[in-house]
Design a protein around this ligand. Structure first.
Ligand code: NOJ
Length: 742
């Protein structure tokens, strides 16, 4: 039967296909349309909507189902992931809407994490821009490309706060801070979803991984998470909440347990917090086979019980686990779960399909012409270049080693990442192709023109002890005016299941850098990595260090722009860089303890072998110019709970170049009903200052900005004194004391 013949069903279903355009999530009309579908569905078809299966492309875990196309015909699939391109998905959709009894359109999802075809910097890198508009634009380009390639749904943003650089997935998030993390989460949701799905150029966002996935014990992927509820709510929960408030239509459960209950069976998370406290109306989907995994967690005896626990907790859709598929009907028949519970989940799923307009036109995302125009367009590449430049962090620059002079006669470009393309798109690079990526070497060659001789030697590999390439690299270095050495991690050394217990540079890379520095030539270290690294020798002994993460399609151009001063770096770290792995967890918003460190005393909190301080603190990043901060002024010394205080600081560009600065405001609550962090970010502004100019920057704080979970777990601000710090990183020393009164 052709899809249009579905109109025969309209007699029974007055609203099934009749309302054009988009509806609001809670509108009555939408509910009626959902009813009109629900009334046609039998139990198997309802359960069918609750299954999400992978196609045979790009799988990121075990593939359980081979016959998913037959399942689509049988109405046993609600959504497909890892299938993309307009033509391919159109065909799968055709099967659903022409060959299944009820012709309910499928939803197509994919991990579009930092770009679909045009690859942007890894999200940890983008966050280092502190540029919310640019981050939103990046997500909206990703949405435009993904939607043109037949996708409705991205499994992003990942908003997991993490203080764990050993954990490979930090590359996918915004770092360690709940305030910045929340702002970035909102920007990404706005970018992916936009205002409307009317033009089929936006995708559903999926907030993940709910919850606290970023705090695995010992940084080992999928490991146990356990923390106080207060810590959970103050530090880890805010970005998920922000993303839900911003209107994200879907939420993904995490693999981990929290306080003894795996997230996919955790009604405290999925029901009490997500649905009740936050009023979430969208789809809760699991992560890959995480319902099945509850058996191994030891919280249920078998998969059937796992499915029951998941449904009761509030999981609407089972990703790839086929637990709902196999057992849910039996569980209903045995009275373990009710049809009402299933109906609730199905309604959540259908609602989103209606909102996307799929019942009006199931093919609306499969325009092959648009796909050709949009994917990897010039404009998208420009946006990727802009984002890449903004994501770079200048960690160190002794004696103005950078920027390099364009008058150099020769430049040696060394290191295992110097000529790599594939690594530079990083993990989770969608349909991106490493061959489309500009390597650092190519970027430098394009920039330098013919007058400068640019020569390349790899020097060593990422791993292993082979030093046989050192000699050639050193000889090249000695013959050159300056050396750029690109080192770090392989593109796939971070990402899912890529935990490391040792976050120093792998292999003999550091040794190579030491040998290069020993030549006495100016050495610029270009780091590429998906996590903070422990690089004490490099951080303290090389003239210049540039953190470039994995910058995506235009990486080489962006780095070359910064190295030669055509772009003045302005990125700031959003995760602390430790001195060594033993300091982890190390983060700027820690508590003071009763024995904070004091030099030359034994009985205070410290290590015998390493300072407490990080190698590079949160918020750190240099510029080719310098900024000076005036003393902070407050418009009043005290303000009441219904009032506000305005803080002012004048920032001057005291150097010779125009530059951008991220002005950061931190607060310390001096006395609380529970102990408070030594500092917490509460505001930031990125400003652009011409050389020699200055700007007054103002921040307004209200009691809401000072709220936390108090001793009674109320979320509120407590009266008392607060120190406010404003500066260019989390160790800023300018401060002023203000008071919050009743
Ligand atoms: C597992 C990952 O944890 C999740 O982030 C991803 O979206 C799914 N696999 C689907 O690929």
């Amino acid at each position: 039967m052709k899809y249009w013949k579905i109109s025969t069903l309209l007699l029974l279903t007055p609203f099934f296909l009749q309302c054009g355009g988009e509806a609001k999530v809670s509108s009555d009309k939408l509910d009626q349309r959902i009813d009109s579908v629900m009334m046609l569905m039998n139990l198997e078809e309802k359960i069918g909507q609750m299954n999400l299966f992978t196609s045979d492309w790009d799988v990121t875990g075990p593939t359980l189902r081979e016959n998913y196309k037959e399942d689509i015909v049988a109405g046993k699939v609600g959504a497909i992931f890892n299938a993309h391109t307009a033509a391919y998905n159109r065909e799968l959709q055709r099967i659903a809407v022409e060959e299944s009894r009820l012709k309910i359109p499928l939803l197509f999802g994919y991990d579009v994490i930092h770009g679909y075809k045009t690859i942007f910097p890894i999200p940890l890198g983008e966050a280092a821009s502190w540029d919310l508009e640019a981050i939103e634009r990046s997500a909206s380009v990703a949405a435009a490309e993904a939607s043109a390639a037949g996708l409705h749904w991205t499994f992003a943003p990942m908003v997991d706060i993490s203080r764990e650089p050993r954990w490979g997935r930090v590359m996918e998030g915004a770092g360690e801070d709940p305030y910045l993390g929340s702002m970035v989460a909102r920007a990404r949701v706005r970018g992916f979803q936009g205002e409307t799905f009317e033009n089929a150029d936006k995708v559903l966002a999926c907030v993940k991984h709910f919850a606290a996935y970023g705090a695995p014990e010992a940084g080992r992927e999928y490991n146990t998470v356990d923390m106080s509820d207060r810590m959970f709510r103050d530090v880890y929960l805010p970005p998920y909440k922000a993303a839900v408030e911003e209107g994200a239509y879907t939420v993904m459960t995490s693999f981990n347990e929290l306080d003894g209950v795996p997230a996919s069976g955790n009604s405290y998370l999925l029901h009490d917090i997500l649905r009740e406290e936050w009023g979430f109306k969208g789809i809760v989907v699991t992560d890959y086979t995480s319902i099945n995994e509850m058996v191994l967690h030891g919280i249920v005896a078998d998969e059937k019980e796992a499915g029951e626990l998941a449904l009761q907790a509030g999981v609407d859709m089972d990703m790839q686990g086929a637990v709902y598929y196999k057992y849910l009907k039996q569980s209903v028949e045995e009275g373990k779960i009710s049809v009402t519970q299933i109906d609730q989940a199905v309604r959540n799923i259908l609602r989103v399909k209606f909102i996307l307009g799929l019942f009006d036109d199931p093919y609306r995302y499969f325009d092959t012409e648009r796909e050709k125009q949009v994917l990897f367009s010039q404009a998208n590449q420009e946006a990727a270049l802009d984002m890449a430049r903004k994501s770079i962090v200048l960690l160190r620059n002794e004696n103005q080693t950078l920027p390099l002079s364009k008058e150099l006669r020769s430049l040696a470009v060394i290191g295992p990442l110097a000529d790599s393309q594939n690594d530079l798109i990083g993990a989770w690079s969608g349909a991106g192709n490493g061959n489309d990526c500009v390597s650092l070497l190519k970027g430098l060659q394009d920039k330098a023109g013919t007058a400068m001789q640019i020569r390349h030697a790899r020097g060593c590999d990422f791993e292993g002890t082979d030093r046989s390439g050192f000699a050639a690299a050193l000889s090249l270095a000695r013959q050159s005016d300056a050396i750029v050495v690109a080192i770090g991690e392989k593109g796939r050394m971070s990402g899912e299941a890529m935990s490391r217990s040792d976050i120093t540079l792998p292999g003999v890379q550091e040794e190579l850098v030491k040998a290069l520095v020993a030549t006495g030539k100016p050495v610029v270290v270009v780091l590429m990595n998906g996590r903070p690294l422990a690089i004490p020798w490099i951080a303290e002994n090389t003239p210049a260090v540039l953190e470039t993460w994995f910058l995506g399609t235009k990486a080489g151009n962006a780095i070359a722009d910064v190295l030669f001063g055509d772009y003045n770096p302005s990125g700031k770290l959003t995760m602390t860089f430790p001195r060594n792995v033993g300091q982890i967890p190390i983060y700027y918003n820690h508590k003071n303890t009763g024995r904070p460190f004091e030099p030359n005393t034994t009985w205070t909190s410290h290590y015998m072998d390493v300072p407490n301080s990080p190698q590079f603190p949160f918020g750190w990043g240099l510029s080719y110019t310098t900024f000076d901060y005036s003393a902070i002024q407050a418009d009043q010394p005290a303000f009441g709970k219904s009032g506000s205080v305005t803080l002012r600081v004048t920032v001057s560009n005291t150097g010779l170049r125009d530059g951008e600065e991220v002005v950061q405001l931190y607060v310390r609550d001096l006395v609380g009903s529970v102990t408070r962090p030594v500092r917490e970010l509460k505001g930031f502004k990125k400003i652009n200052l011409k050389a020699g100019s200055q700007e007054e920057v103002t921040f307004t704080l209200t009691a809401a900005d000072l709220a936390f979970h108090t001793r009674s777990m109320a979320f509120e601000a407590e009266t008392g004194y607060f120190d406010v710090f404003i500066g260019g990183n989390s160790e800023a020393d300018q401060s002023i004391r203000i008071q919050l009164t009743e």
